[in-house]
Ligand binder design. Structure first.
Ligand SMILES: [Zn+2]
Length: 323
């Protein structure tokens, strides 16, 4: 199922009060699956009170950054690559606590196929004793290996693989871009610097995730020489993710250019952020918007030349604000 269609489907179920307690989300838990979970939970928690999540309010940002008090994320442990029974027990306990925001309590299990048998059985107990307004999302790219007893208690949403090419990191970048509203924060320059700081912090997280991903794939003890290979692989993976994110950044500024030149929202890549984009280009001329696109292209070139991210964005974003 296309991600947008799946989101629409679940949003409607939510509005009608028919949301199931647990969904198996078939897709890569690190990319499409995680992005789907973030988008769906933003719909549940967004404080802006519109149909679609704003992506910019505190609740939306906390969901994207995995810091929302009512959303628990569970990942396989590094060494065993399994989700252990202790993790599940801890989770059950935390799910029983009252929601901080007074509405939903959600749990995202990244890699549900990594639940060991004991852990899966402990988890089943939770599903058998449903408590109101709790939602479990079981992300997995190996739904066929889940225990039939787990499958029978969940609804399944199968996502198309890599349909958009956007990763969870791209979605977080979009949240940073959409949340950029100079008028609210104060001076344009200060806002640009704040945005640069968030971008630099995000890239740092991406770098760590790339290293973790490579380490996990290596699985176990490695020699010093292998270690060097792993480092090289991690840095290649990071550059790949970063290039994707720079493409997203460029498309964002391309959308601003479209609007600044009088185009309409149907022509946007990120139509769902139409309102934020429109607010950002208020008073921006077509030629200024074109110069912004050129600056973003420059930033990408500077990164390719191995200039440090802190320098590139720390100078680049204020430059964007001053045109
Ligand atoms: Zn929101």
């Amino acid at each position: 199922m296309n991600t947008e269609v799946a989101l629409q489907f679940l949003s409607e179920a939510h509005k009608a009060g028919r949301l199931a307690q647990a969904y198996i989300v078939g897709g890569d838990p690190k990319t499409t699956g995680a992005a789907f979970a973030v988008c769906l939970l933003q719909r549940l928690f967004c404080g802006a009170g519109r149909g679609a999540p704003c992506g910019a309010c505190a609740a939306c940002r906390h969901v994207a950054q995995r810091t929302h008090a009512d959303v628990l994320w569970v990942e396989p442990q590094k060494k065993s690559r399994q989700i252990g029974v202790e993790q599940v027990r801890d989770l059950m306990q935390r799910m029983q606590q009252t929601a901080y925001t007074g509405t939903w309590k959600a749990c995202v299990i990244c890699g549900a196929d990594r639940l060991g048998r004991e852990a899966a059985n402990a988890f089943l107990k939770t599903l058998e004793e449903p408590s109101g307004n709790s939602l479990f999302l079981l992300l997995t790219d190996g739904a066929q290996t889940l225990l039939p007893t787990v499958v029978s208690r969940c609804q399944t949403v199968m996502l198309d693989a890599g349909e958009t090419g956007y990763t969870a990191w791209d979605r977080e970048l979009l949240a940073i871009l959409a949340g950029h509203a100079p008028a609210e924060i104060g001076s344009k320059l200060l806002a640009a610097m704040t945005q640069a700081q968030r971008m630099i912090a995000l890239l740092k997280t991406v770098k760590e995730a790339a290293a973790d991903e490579v380490d996990e794939a290596a699985d176990g003890e490695v020699t010093e020489q292998e270690n060097e290979t792993l480092d090289a692989r991690a840095s290649a993976r990071f550059r790949e993710l970063r290039t994707g994110m720079m493409r997203t950044l460029l498309r964002w500024y391309r959308d601003r250019l479209v609007l600044a030149c009088g185009g309409d929202e149907a022509q946007l890549v990120f139509g769902e952020h139409g309102a934020a984009l429109r607010a950002q280009v208020r008073g921006v001329s077509g030629s200024a918007a074109l110069r912004h696109v050129r600056i973003v292209e420059d930033l990408h070139k500077q990164l390719e030349q191995n200039l440090p991210e802190a320098l590139v964005f720390g100078c680049g974003f204020p430059r964007l604000a001053s045109v």
